[in-house]
Design a protein around this ligand. Structure first.
Ligand SMILES: Cc1cc2nc3c(=O)[nH]c(=O)nc-3n(C[C@H](O)[C@H](O)[C@H](O)COP(=O)(O)OP(=O)(O)OC[C@H]3O[C@@H](n4cnc5c(N)ncnc54)[C@H](O)[C@@H]3O)c2cc1C
Length: 440
C-alpha cells in the first residue's frame, strides 16, 4: 500500500502533461509506447542511463496486463498474479525494493471434484499427474506440425477424464491456449526460474512503483502512427506529433497484429512474418467474493471437472492467505473466449453453476465480482502469446531484431525463453533499452 502514491502520481500525470509540455520540454531521446512492465522496464533502464524518456500509454493507468483491483476488499489480480520461480527472478528484486510480502501457493493442495460432486481421491490425482507429465515429455519429441493435443492423445490413448482435466486446468493455463493450437515440439522449450511460485498479498502492482518512479508518463495518450526515418522517429498522438531519436514499441502482440500503431515504413518482411505466425491466447479470470467461506478453507486450489474443456477448471482460494471468502476462478482455451463475451450476470451464473455442481448447491450467491476479459479488451486482444502450431521457435526473438536501428520491439511476445510471463516482458524491455544504449 505504501507505494500507492507513486502509482497515483503517475495517474495524475495527464492532467499536468497535456499537449503544452511536449513543447515546453526538450525533445526526448526515446519514446516508449506502452506502459506495461516491458515499456516501464525499458524506460527505467534508459532514464537511469541518463537519457530523456517519455512513456506514452493509451490507458488511464500504468501496468497493462498487471492490473490489481481492490474493489472486493482484497487485492485481486486481473492479470499477472504469481511470481513464477522467485529465485533469481527480476520481479523478486522489485518485490524486495518495495518490501512486498510474498505467499507461496501450495501446488500440491488441490480438492478436485467430478461434475457430480464426487471427490477424486488424492492418489488418483497424482497418478494421473504422472501420466500427464510423461505424456507432456513425450510430446516434446513430436514431429514438426503435430499439435500438442495430437501428441498427448498418442501418448495417452483411451478415455482419461482426470488427465483431460489437467490439460485444461494446467497445460492450457500455463501455455495460454488449447493444446490443439500448440506446436507440440515447442511446448516446453522455455525456461523457468527456481523456487515455488508466490503471490503478492499487497498487490502485484506494487512491483511497478520502482520502475515508474520519476518517469515522464503520459496516460490516456494513444499512439496511432509511428514514422521512422534515418535520424529518428515521430509518434502521432491526439495531442500532436512527438519526435525522438529512438522508440521502444511495447504494445501487446494482438494490438500490433491489428496494425496499431501504423508503422511507416512497415516492419521488415522477416519481422512481419514472425509477427503473423505468433498467436495471442485466451485465459480468463473471475474473482468472486462470498458472504462467507463455504468451501474447504485450507485447500489452495479447488478443481472442477466439466464436460466443456476449459470451463472454470480451477479456482484459487484466497482464504489461505487473506482469511477472506474470495475465490478466483480461471477459464482457459476456447471456453475463455466464449466466457469473455458474456455479460457480467451470465458470466457469474456460469461460474456458479460449475462451482455448485462440484462443491454443493448450498454455495450462496456472491456479493461482488471482478472479471478480467483480456480477449475482448481492445488494448490487449488476448492474455498472452503461445508457441502456436506452425510458428518457429525463434519467432519471438526475431521481433527484437530492429530492422532500422530506430524502433525496438518489447513485450511478453518478444521472448521464447521466458514466454508469456511478466518477468519475460520486463527482461525484453531491459534488452530493448540495452540495444539502444549500445548504439550510442
Ligand atoms: C490472466 C493473466 C494471467 C497472467 N498471469 C501471470 C502470472 O501469474 N505470472 C506472470 O509472470 N505473468 C502472468 N501473465 C502474463 C503477464 O501479465 C504479461 O506477460 C505481462 O504483463 C505483459 O507485459 P507487456 O508490457 O508485454 O504488455 P502489457 O502489460 O499488455 O502492456 C502493453 C501496454 O501497451 C498499451 N498500449 C496498447 N496500445 C497502445 C497504443 N496504441 N498507444 C499507447 N499504448 C498502447 C496497453 O494499454 C498496455 O498498457 C498473465 C497474463 C494474464 C492476461
Amino acid at each position: 500500500m505504501k507505494r500507492r502514491p507513486l502509482i497515483l502520481g503517475a495517474l495524475a500525470a495527464p492532467v499536468l502533461l497535456r499537449v503544452p509540455l511536449a513543447r515546453a520540454q526538450p525533445a526526448p531521446d526515446v519514446l516508449v509506447i506502452g506502459a506495461g512492465i516491458a515499456g516501464l522496464g525499458a524506460a527505467r533502464r534508459l532514464a537511469d542511463a541518463g537519457l530523456r524518456v517519455t512513456v506514452l500509454e493509451v490507458r488511464d493507468r500504468i501496468g497493462g496486463r498487471i492490473a490489481t483491483d481492490r474493489s472486493l476488499g482484497v487485492p485481486i489480480e486481473r492479470g499477472a498474479g504469481w511470481i513464477h520461480g522467485p529465485r533469481g527472478n527480476p520481479l523478486s528484486a522489485l518485490a524486495r525494493t518495495v518490501g512486498a510480502e510474498t505467499f507461496v501457493t501450495d501446488d500440491d493442495s488441490l480438492d478436485l471434484r467430478r461434475a457430480d460432486g464426487r471427490p477424486v481421491p488424492e492418489d488418483a490425482i497424482w497418478a494421473a499427474w504422472d501420466r500427464h507429465s510423461a505424456a507432456l515429455d513425450a510430446a516434446g519429441e513430436a514431429a514438426p506440425g503435430v499439435s500438442l493435443a495430437e501428441a498427448l492423445d498418442a501418448a495417452l490413448p483411451g478415455v482419461d477424464p482426470v488427465t483431460d482435466w489437467m490439460r485444461a486446468a494446467f497445460t492450457a493455463f500455463d501455455l495460454g491456449a488449447p493444446p490443439a493450437r500448440i506446436e507440440a515440439r515447442h511446448h516446453d522449450e522455455d525456461e523457468a526460474f527456481e523456487g515455488a511460485d508466490v503471490v503478492l498479498p499487497g498487490g502485484y502492482d506494487r512491483l511497478l512503483g520502482p520502475l515508474a518512479e520519476g518517469l515522464d508518463i503520459r496516460l490516456a495518450t494513444p499512439v496511432t502512427a509511428l514514422t521512422r526515418r534515418a535520424d529518428g522517429v515521430t509518434a502521432m498522438t491526439p495531442g500532436g506529433p512527438l519526435t525522438a531519436r529512438f522508440a521502444v514499441l511495447a504494445v501487446p502482440l494482438g494490438v500490433l497484429q491489428r496494425g496499431t500503431p501504423v508503422l511507416d515504413p512497415p516492419l521488415s518482411s522477416r519481422q512481419r512474418a514472425a509477427l503473423d505466425r505468433l498467436v495471442m491466447g485466451a485465459v480468463t479470470k473471475l474473482s468472486l467474493r462470498f458472504p462467507g467461506i463455504a468451501w474447504p478453507e485450507d485447500v489452495q486450489y479447488l478443481g472442477m471437472m466439466d464436460a466443456e474443456p476449459g470451463r472454470w477448471p480451477l479456482a484459487l482460494n484466497h482464504a489461505t492467505w487473506t482469511g477472506e471468502p474470495v475465490l478466483t476462478m480461471v477459464a482457459t482455451a476456447e471456453a475463455a473466449q466464449r466466457l469473455d463475451r458474456l455479460p457480467e450476470a451470465a458470466l457469474v451464473a456460469d461460474a456458479l453453476e460449475v462451482l455448485r455442481a462440484a462443491f454443493g448447491p448450498s454455495l450462496p450467491d456472491p456479493v461482488g465480482a471482478v472479471a478480467s476479459r483480456w480477449s475482448t479488451d481492445p488494448l490487449s486482444l488476448g492474455a498472452y502469446s503461445f508457441p502456436a502450431l506452425g510458428a518457429r521457435l525463434d519467432d519471438p526473438d526475431a521481433l527484437t531484431e530492429s530492422d532500422d536501428g530506430r524502433v525496438y520491439l518489447a513485450g511478453e511476445h518478444c521472448t521464447a525463453r521466458w514466454r508469456g510471463t511478466a518477468h519475460g516482458a520486463l527482461l525484453t524491455g531491459r534488452a530493448a533499452a540495452e540495444a539502444i544504449l549500445d548504439t550510442l
